[in-house]
Design a binder for this molecule. Structure first.
Ligand SMILES: [Zn+2]
Length: 266
């Protein structure tokens, strides 16, 4: 009688590891790690958007498991300056002390946060959108992508074996109030891509609805709140919006001017 045999088949190529520690299945607190050949990088490091204010503590991702796995990222890359992508850096980065790559606006926001916590800022490295850089076996590039704050980027992650598109936040607004529309040909030219790690607040919705919601919400004419103010000049209006949602602040200002309303910002 033949004895069953088993053999461990060796990998044909070294694995690329993906480790989301925040922002997956929840809104806010974005933190994703990529590992290849024992070299790890982190992408974004945000706080939870829906804080239990005013007395509750800042909520940040749990990174305790990293120490047990022997993981310490060698680089932190920031896709854009929203709090759910940078709000935890000043709290978690001191455990890593790695270089932080960010565009000028995100780096400036981080510098202010580091000053508040009396952290030195020499690890902050400013990079322009579309400039390539490296960390160990990773070749990286921040690519322009339309969103609601200037200098928003996706991140192209390339190793000798894999090509990954980490989108960051995105909004395919055909008439963006900030920056240029996303160039589809630019992204098509990145093919082949092995994996897209897509960031979408409305990902659980049916795809067509999610794309439409993300693609149209901030357009000057299509954002319902701005349109309502523009067409209702007699109404007193109090706006409430995240301070870093720059494009909505702009839409609010434009709508107020259109309605001849007095514009005060706090
Ligand atoms: Zn964002």
């Amino acid at each position: 009688m033949l004895k069953p045999r088993v053999q461990v088949r060796q990998r044909q190529r070294p694995p690329l590891h993906l480790l989301p520690l925040g922002g997956c299945g929840e809104i806010g607190m974005n933190l994703t790690l990529y590992g290849y050949q024992d070299h790890w990088i982190a992408v974004d490091c945000g706080m939870m958007i829906r804080q239990d204010l005013p007395e509750g503590p800042l909520q940040v991702p749990d990174i305790e498991s990293l120490a047990g796995l022997g993981i310490c990222p060698k680089m932190l890359v920031i896709t854009h300056g929203h709090e759910d992508h940078i709000g935890a850096v000043a709290w978690l980065w001191p455990k890593w002390r790695c270089p932080i790559i960010a565009t000028p606006l995100a780096a400036g926001l981080l510098r202010a946060k580091f000053a508040e916590r009396e952290l030195e800022t020499s690890s902050l490295q400013i990079i322009e959108v579309d400039e390539g850089f490296e960390s160990g076996p990773f070749a990286l590039r921040l690519l322009p992508l339309t969103h609601s704050i200037p200098e928003s980027c996706s991140l192209l992650i390339v190793t000798p074996e894999y090509r990954v598109m980490h989108t960051g936040d995105w909004k395919l607004d055909p008439e963006p109030l900030i920056g240029e529309p996303t160039d589809p040909e630019r992204y098509q030219a990145l093919a082949p891509i092995d994996l897209v790690v897509g960031d979408s607040t409305n990902a659980p919705l049916p795809a067509i609805h999610a794309v439409k919601a993300k693609s149209r919400a901030h357009s000057r004419r299509r954002w319902p709140a701005a349109a309502a103010v523009s067409s209702s000049p007699a109404l007193p209006v109090i706006w409430h919006v995240f301070s870093l949602l720059v494009v909505r602040r702009r839409a609010m200002a434009a709508a107020s001017v259109c309605s001849a309303a007095r514009w005060n910002a706090w």
